[in-house]
Design a protein around this ligand. Sequence first.
Ligand code: GDP
Ligand code: MG
Length: 389
Amino acid sequence: MLIGIIGAPNKGKSTLFSAITLHDVAIANYPFTTVDPNKGVAYATATCPETELGLHCRARNSMCINGVRMLPINIVDVAGLVEGAHEGRGMGNQFLNDLSTADAFLIVVDASGKTSSSGNPCDSCNPIDDVTMVKDELIEWVAGIISSHMRVITHSANGLEALENVLSGLKLRRGDIERAAAKRSLPLDKIEWDEDGIRAFSEELLFSTKRVMVVANKYDEPGAERNFAELKKNLGEDAEWASAAIELALRKAAHQGVIAYEPGATEFKLLKPDVSQEQRRALDYMADFIKPGGTNVQNIINKAVFGLLDCIVVYPVEDEHKYTDHFGNVLPDAILVKRGSTAQDLAAAIHTDLAQGMLYAIDARTKMRLAKNYVLKNNDIIKIVSTAK
Ligand SMILES: Nc1nc2c(ncn2[C@@H]2O[C@H](COP(=O)(O)OP(=O)(O)O)[C@@H](O)[C@H]2O)c(=O)[nH]1
Ligand SMILES: [Mg+2]
C-alpha cells in the first residue's frame, strides 16, 4: 500500500512527510526504512488484541507499543506539482512513477490561505483553488497520455486493448476502464473521443481508481478554521484539518528526549525541565494547540487506511489456542486487507500454497469453524487450516 502526498509548493507536504515518517529511536531502528529521501514509512494504529486476551504479543511484521498495534504504510512525498505541470513543467519520470503507483493521495492545501495555488505568498487565497489546481493537473496529465495516442487507439483493431496498453503504467484493471467509459457514456467499440470526452473519461478513471483526501494544513494559523469550514462545505472529497508543523516539532522534541509524546495524543510530558525560555514558550504554545484535538495528523493516517482505502486489520495465527505462530510468537502478524476480503483472501495474502491447500478457517476467539468464503471482520484472529505445511 502506498499513499502519496501531493499539492502545490509551500503547502507543507515535506513537513507532513517528515512528521509522519519520524519515529522514536526504538522505532527508527525497525527495518522498514527505504533509501529514497522522498519515500518513508508511517504507521496506522489499531488496538492490539493482546490486552483483551490478557497476553503479551510479540509483533513481527508490525509493532506494538502499550497495546497499540502499529501497521507500516508506505508514504511518498510527490514533489513538483505546479500549474501547467502536465505540459512537462516539473513532471519528471520519478514524479509520474510516484503518482501511478500510489493507491491514495493526500492533497495538502494551505488552510490559512496565505499561499496561492502556485505556492506564492498571498493575503487571502481560497484553499479550494489548491484542490482544483491539483485535480486539474492530474486529469490533464491522464488526458494528455490518451490524447497523444488517440490516433493509434482509434485505428487499432482492438481499441480497448490499445487504450489499456496506453494506460498500463497506472495500476488499473480493464474493468476500471470499462466502468469509467460507461459512466460517461463513451463508446468502447470504436474509440474516437474528442478532447471533452477524453477529459471526462480521465477524470472518471482517475478518481474512481485513486482515493483522495484533502488535508487542510497550517490549521494553527489565523483564519484557517474559517477557511476549513468553508472547504468542508464546498468539497466533494473527505477533508481533514492538520498542523503538520506542530506534529513535526513534537516528534522532534520526543525524538530528542525532551518530551514524551505519542502521535495522536492531546498532551505531552516534559522530560527535561531545564529547557530554555524560548523552548518553554514554544512548548507551551504547542500544548495549548493540541489540547482540544491533537494535531490531527495520526487521525489522518488512520482515516486514510481504514476509511479512504477501506482496510481492516486481521491477525493470522497458527495455534488458535495460544494465538501464536509456529515459533510461539503471540499475535505475530497484523495484516491489512480490504473490507470484504474472505478467509481465502487472507490465506492468499499469506502464501499461495496455504491458499491452494486451504480447507477452512478457525475463529481463534470462539474456536468456531469458518468457511473459506467467510467475510473477515476487523480485528479477527484467524487460523487457516490447509493441507499445505
Ligand atoms: N504554521 C504552519 N506552517 C507550516 C505547517 N506545515 C508547513 N509549514 C510551513 O510551510 C512552509 C512550506 O513547507 P514545506 O513542507 O516545505 O512545503 P512543500 O513545498 O509543500 O513541501 C515551511 O515554512 C513550513 O515550515 C503548519 O502546519 N503550520
Ligand atoms: Mg516539499
